[in-house]
Design a protein. Structure first.
Length: 163
């Protein structure tokens, strides 16, 4: 049975596609490609149908990652097929938990940086949209740092299903 992870930010053109692409690469490197499905969405539909922000694409390409992306809005009905919903900041966390049809679904929502032990108390990935390239670089650093812990947690869940 496939384990499904969805990353969610505001418009699904900066942070969540970056997290999706980075984490999908980590999943492939770990040999979990056939077992874990990774995608992303936004809490709003402002950018539905658009590609990733060109600055997101540039930062990913500069760091050896790439991937196609089309923005979409997260739907409440998706909770039933998802195992883990990863919010990129506390605003997304609250919005997603309010959108969850059941308490069990609300418990699927976690903050990305909660998987980074070095993150401390500030678990938000800042929105780089209104800033320069340095904000996108910082975003990528945070995503990469949290991806190690997230991959370990997903691996445990996937292996737990096989037992």
């Amino acid at each position: 049975m496939t384990y499904r992870v969805c990353f969610v930010c505001t418009g699904n053109i900066c942070r969540s596609p970056m997290a999706e692409i980075v984490f999908r690469a980590r999943v492939a490197e770990a040999g979990l490609e056939g077992l874990v499905e990774v995608d992303s969405a936004g809490t709003g539909g402002w950018h539905e149908g658009d590609g990733a922000d060109p600055r997101t694409v540039a930062v990913l390409e500069d760091n050896g990652s790439a991937g196609a992306h089309t923005a979409r809005q997260f739907q409440s009905s998706w909770f039933s097929r998802l195992d883990l919903v990863i919010a990129l900041d506390s605003g997304h966390l609250g919005a997603l938990r309010r959108l969850a049809p059941t308490e069990q679904d609300a418990q699927k929502v976690r903050l990305l940086r909660s998987y980074d032990p070095a993150a401390g108390y500030d678990l938000d990935v800042p929105d780089p949209y209104y800033g320069g390239a340095d904000g996108f670089e910082e975003c990528l650093e945070m995503v990469e740092a949290a991806s190690t812990g997230l991959l370990a947690a997903v691996r445990r869940d996937v292996e737990g299903r096989a037992v």
